[in-house]
Design a protein around this ligand. Sequence first.
Ligand code: SF4
Ligand code: SF4
Length: 341
Amino acid sequence: MVKLNVSKLNDFFAAIAAEEKLYIPVDSADGAAFRPYEAGMEMSKACNSTRSAKDFFFPQVENLVNFKVDHNKKSIEIIDNRTEAEDFVIFGVRACDMASFEILDRVYLSDPVDSYYKNRRDHGVIVTAACGRPQETCFCTAFGIDASNPAGDVTTWFVGDDVYFKANTEKGEALVAKVAAIGESAEEKPVEDFKAGVKFMMGRLPIKDIKLDKISARGLMENFNSPIWDDEFKTCLGCGTCTFVCPTCQCFDVREFKTNEGVIRFRCWDSCMYSDFTQMSHGNNRVSQKERFRQRFMHKLVYFPNNNEGIYGCVGCGRCLRSCPQSLNIVKVAKALGGKD
Ligand code: SF4
Ligand code: SF4
């Protein structure tokens, strides 16, 4: 383990940014947001970013392929416009958002592999930061996530005036070597004390104790047919905000538009809360907001764990709790389904 005085953090950032693109969370009008590092930038002290690090690997909109049409020759040229060959580093990802990659990887890296996502995963280095001040809306512990000891290529802990670094992967070791050049080797004790303090705080958060095993024990059809859905959805506006801020939501739509030269095919995030989601030629199987609302929460709390060795499709980041205009959220639903003491 190595440590660096916080006063030298910008030297470290500058050393990385000299070689590859570096993103750090900074304060913005919309809360903390990851931005490309520039000299003098100050890292946000917020608990977490408004939007998650998912955006770097699964952007909200991206062009997939261009079709260049030559009407005279009656030919179509297929142009692969992928550009994500650049290495990049994201600094300051929290434990919950790091855990979201296990969920996204299961979706995008299983056969057939999504090469757009994989390219970015291969080229991205994730430096996590242990939480020091969890918010009242945090409930990552319900999913077995340790906010004091996040995974990632490198883990960092901000303890007093120092930042402690530990490499977890080969990519991470190369990065920590840069810290070693300007920092010093460190004892683990201050970090262990810090972890114990964070665990103490996490144990006192108001929504730490959702009993997800009670939901799992009830079985798929019992949850699906639960009478709670008749009431819980009633104030949902179908705005999709909860899906767009969520680090684990992974649905997208593929569309095309015509240009002077041919056609561009792109994909963009979609939401199971929208009435035209999974629209088919015969219509839609989910005919009301109640069914769409149920789909979102059944997917995260029942379908995903059923198909993925018990891993839930939520990491307890609390973003949907903070952003739903109607104060609906996964905690309320989980508790209504019986997941409480
Ligand atoms: S649950 Fe809330 S954020 Fe999600 S679609 Fe309904 S109103 Fe919008
Ligand atoms: S469902 Fe809500 S709390 Fe869970 S990961 Fe998504 S935004 Fe975070």
